[in-house]
Ligand binder design. Structure first.
Ligand code: MN
Length: 241
C-alpha cells in the first residue's frame, strides 16, 4: 500500500510527464502532418530539358556562345528560381498547366521564373539544325487558311516579334481551333490566366536581348529573319489539333 508521500511523488511525476507531453506530441503531430502532406501532395518541380542539339548546331542563325549562355545560365536560373519559389511559398499545384492557369495567384518570382522555365523548354524544341523552309501538310494548310500564305504568316509573326517593346516572346497559338499570332511581355506565356494572348503554343520566338545581342546587337530584325532557318515545323505539327 502506498504511503501518502509515495502517492504525492507519483502524482508529481505524472504531472511532469503530462506537462512535458504536449510539446513532444505537438512536435510529433507536426512532422507527421508535414510528412503526410509531402506524400499526398507531390509539389511541382520544373526541370530543364536536355538540349536536343549542341550549342553550335543552330549556327549561323544563333551563335554557339549565345546558345551556351542562354541554356546553361539564363534558362538554368529560371528553373532554379521557380523551384525555390515553389518550396519557399508552399505552392501546391501539381502540374505546369495548373500552375499557369493560376498565375494570377502567384508571386512575381514564381510567375516570372515559371514562365522562363517553361518558355525556354518550349523554345529549344521548336528549333532544330537544318530546320526552316515552308512547313508541309496540316501546318501549311492551317497557315494558308488563316493568314493567306506562308509569306503573309511570316510577315505578321515578325511584326509581333518586332513590335514587342522590351523583353518578351512572339507566339503562334491555337485557340479554340483558330490560329493566332501575338506576343507576351517578360516571361509570360499564353497558358497563363493573366495573358491577353491565350491558346496552345505551336511556335515561340524569344525576343529578349539575351537571345540575340552578342551576334546581332540592336538588330532584332536580322535575328528574326535568320531564325526562320532553324524552325522545327514537326514540333508545331505535333501540337496542332
Ligand atoms: Mn531567353
Amino acid at each position: 500500500m502506498k504511503t501518502r508521500r509515495e502517492f504525492i511523488e507519483t502524482a508529481v511525476k505524472a504531472a511532469l510527464v503530462a506537462t512535458a507531453a504536449p510539446p513532444l506530441m505537438a512536435g510529433t503531430a507536426c512532422s507527421t502532418t508535414a510528412a503526410a502532406k509531402a506524400v499526398s501532395v507531390p509539389s511541382l518541380t520544373f526541370s530543364q530539358i536536355t538540349l536536343p542539339y549542341g550549342y553550335v548546331a543552330l549556327e549561323p542563325a544563333i551563335d554557339a556562345l549565345t546558345m551556351e549562355i542562354h541554356y546553361s545560365r539564363h534558362h538554368a536560373a529560371y528553373v532554379k528560381n521557380v523551384n525555390d519559389a515553389i518550396t519557399a511559398e508552399g505552392i501546391a499545384y501539381t502540374s505546369e498547366i495548373e500552375f499557369f492557369a493560376n498565375t494570377s495567384r502567384l508571386s512575381a518570382k514564381a510567375r516570372n521564373n515559371g514562365g522562363g522555365a517553361w518558355n525556354h523548354n518550349f523554345f529549344w524544341q521548336v528549333m532544330k539544325p537544318g530546320g526552316g523552309g515552308p512547313p508541309a501538310g496540316k501546318v501549311a494548310e492551317a497557315l494558308n487558311a488563316t493568314f493567306g500564305s506562308f509569306e503573309k504568316f511570316k510577315e505578321q509573326f515578325a511584326a509581333a516579334a518586332m513590335g514587342r517593346f522590351g523583353s518578351g516572346w512572339a507566339w503562334l497559338v491555337q485557340d479554340n481551333g483558330k490560329l493566332k499570332i501575338g506576343s507576351t511581355p517578360n516571361q509570360d506565356n499564353p497558358l497563363m490566366d493573366i495573358s491577353e494572348l491565350k491558346g496552345t503554343p505551336l511556335l515561340a520566338l524569344d525576343v529578349w536581348e539575351h537571345a540575340y545581342y552578342l551576334k546581332y546587337q540592336n538588330k532584332r530584325n536580322e535575328y528574326i529573319a535568320n531564325w526562320w532557318s532553324v524552325v522545327n515545323w514537326d514540333e508545331a505539327a505535333k501540337r496542332l489539333s
